[in-house]
Design a protein around this ligand. Structure first.
Ligand code: MG
Length: 318
């Protein structure tokens, strides 16, 4: 019992305490386990049956490892395991069963309902600590994977240059929001925005400057819209903004605020100043006024075309 265990970081930060929940109706066993599991970076909690364990798991979310007896009053170890593994918030908890030597049937049952490992009673202290250590290692790896998946997902829906959502994410969001607006008769506004004379910037000042223009415009659009609005880079210099639960008048105000903010934020280069303007077409779907997403989008797009035609740097509503 002299080996020092190092608890792996559960959420990527190394100074967080990892909690281990010990569940047993025998106070002596809980005490023995508490002493055994004095691991640097770890804190143990105790519950005397499955019911108390569930209460603790609920009130202190994020406990990564449970070591539990099987035979207990109220809720036994198998039922505790089953409930933790069938709940989305606790499904990834590493569950170690403490079973009697002759408890083959319980062990098999436990593994079948999702327990990750078992230790036989009376337990060998070295084995127990080694298994807990292995469990924490797996939990740490799982957590790393989850973080990486989150990052990958974020990358897969984002436009790399501007940080706005990309075209394919926009399409999915548009489909979802359109259906929701149709089903519940809610307002869904759409802005189709296009930076004026963008090709000229690229041709005259180079693509680096063109990228800066795009990034600035995206930043301004995102700063003016709400978190619940969807700002996407639709194409080259075109952005689409979905504004749920919003009538056309309000969408127009948002669009004009965007237009003014962009016109008032020139891009300052070493020896010149680039005035940037944007044209916006706005439309609102109220559940019945457009037959499909395509006609809805096209009408906002025609309004944009009209804004361009009428002299740019303006908002036209359908
Ligand atoms: Mg017991």
């Amino acid at each position: 019992m002299t080996d020092q265990l190092e608890a792996p970081a559960i959420d990527g930060s190394s100074n967080e305490t990892t909690q281990i929940l010990i569940v047993d109706d025998d106070a002596h066993i809980r005490k023995a386990l508490t002493i055994l599991l004095k691991i640097p970076g770890c804190e143990t909690l105790e519950a005397e049956d499955g019911l108390e364990a569930l209460q603790i798991m609920e009130s202190r979310p994020g406990i990564p490892l449970v070591i539990s007896d099987i035979m207990m009053p109220n809720i036994d170890g198998l039922e505790l395991c089953r409930r933790l593994k069938s709940d989305d918030t606790t499904r990834d908890v590493y569950f170690i069963m403490l079973t009697a030597k002759e408890g083959v049937k319980e062990r098999v049952q436990g593994l079948e309902i999702g327990a990750d490992d078992y230790v036989q009673k009376p337990f060998d202290s070295h084995e127990l600590r080694a298994r807990v250590k292995a469990g924490l290692r797996i939990v740490g790896l799982q957590d790393e994977l989850k973080t990486k998946n989150r990052i990958l997902h974020q990358l897969s829906i984002t436009d790399g240059l501007t940080g706005a959502y990309n075209h394919s994410y926009f399409q999915r969001a548009f489909e979802k929001e359109f259906e929701r607006a149709r089903r519940y008769g809610r307002d869904l506004s759409l802005l189709v925005c296009d930076i004026d004379n963008f090709k000229g910037f690229n041709d005259t000042y180079g693509h680096g400057t063109g990228d800066e223009v795009l990034t600035n415009v995206a930043r301004i659009v995102r700063s003016i819209t709400r978190d619940s609005d969807i700002v996407a880079r639709y194409g080259g210099e075109e952005f689409a903004v979905l504004i749920p639960e919003t009538p056309l008048e309000t969408a127009y105000q948002v669009a004009d605020k965007i237009r003014r903010a962009i016109a008032e934020s020139p891009l300052v280069l070493e020896d010149s100043r680039l005035d940037i303007t944007i044209s916006i077409g706005a439309a609102c779907f109220s559940g019945t006024n457009f037959g499909s997403r395509t006609t809805f989008f096209n009408s906002a797009d025609s309004a944009l075309y009209k804004a361009k035609h009428e002299g740019k740097n303006r908002v036209v509503c359908v």
